[in-house]
Design a protein around this ligand. Structure first.
Ligand code: CA2
Length: 153
């Protein structure tokens, strides 16, 4: 275990917090990185955050993730709906990837309602704004066995 996860952000998410707050919220990407970093620190997990507007750079980041992190929380932005190359990269790296979206893509335009990636991710969290990332982190850490199991009475 590396006790490290990758928080990966796709195209245009560097502009978060600058427009469309009613859809994407008021936090910037720097804010979201900080929120996830703090949430992960509670479990002794560190976060490497990376954003790119380029499909190939995101693929490179996933390839690199194979060797130095335990899993990935990934908002692929609009590449979600188009990128077979990112799907192949996620399949190839064989570490768990959780797909997250700020908005509920299933309640938006029809072209946003399909994900090329969800079938190769361990799960998808959508529609909860910045909390989608925290929920995605929780799901990833649960899948990695980092979280304690509930104790039933
Ligand atoms: O809801 C999400 O998280 C999305 O991944 C966001 C993408 C969109 O293409 C996906 O369909 C759903 C868009 C990211 C652009 O974000 C901006 C937000 C505010 C200002 C500028 C860009």
């Amino acid at each position: 275990m590396h006790n490290q996860i990758l928080l990966l952000h796709g195209p245009n998410l560097n502009l978060l917090g600058t427009r469309e707050p009613e859809i994407y919220g008021r936090f910037t990407l720097v804010d979201i990185n900080q929120i996830v970093t703090k949430a992960a620190a509670v479990y002794g997990v560190s976060v490497k955050a990376y954003q790119s507007n380029h499909e190939g750079a995101l693929i490179d980041a996933l390839h690199e993730a194979r060797t130095n992190v335990d899993g990935v929380v990934f908002n692929p932005g609009a590449y979600t709906h188009t990128s077979i190359a990112l799907r192949d990269a996620i399949s190839a790296v064989k570490i768990p990837v959780v797909e997250v979206h700020l908005s509920n893509i299933h309640a938006r335009e029809s072209f946003r309602q399909t994900s090329m990636l969800s079938a190769v991710c361990i799960g998808q969290v959508v529609g909860f704004g910045w909390r989608s990332y925290v929920l995605g982190l929780n799901a990833l850490l649960g899948a990695l066995g980092t979280l304690a199991e509930p104790i039933l009475e």
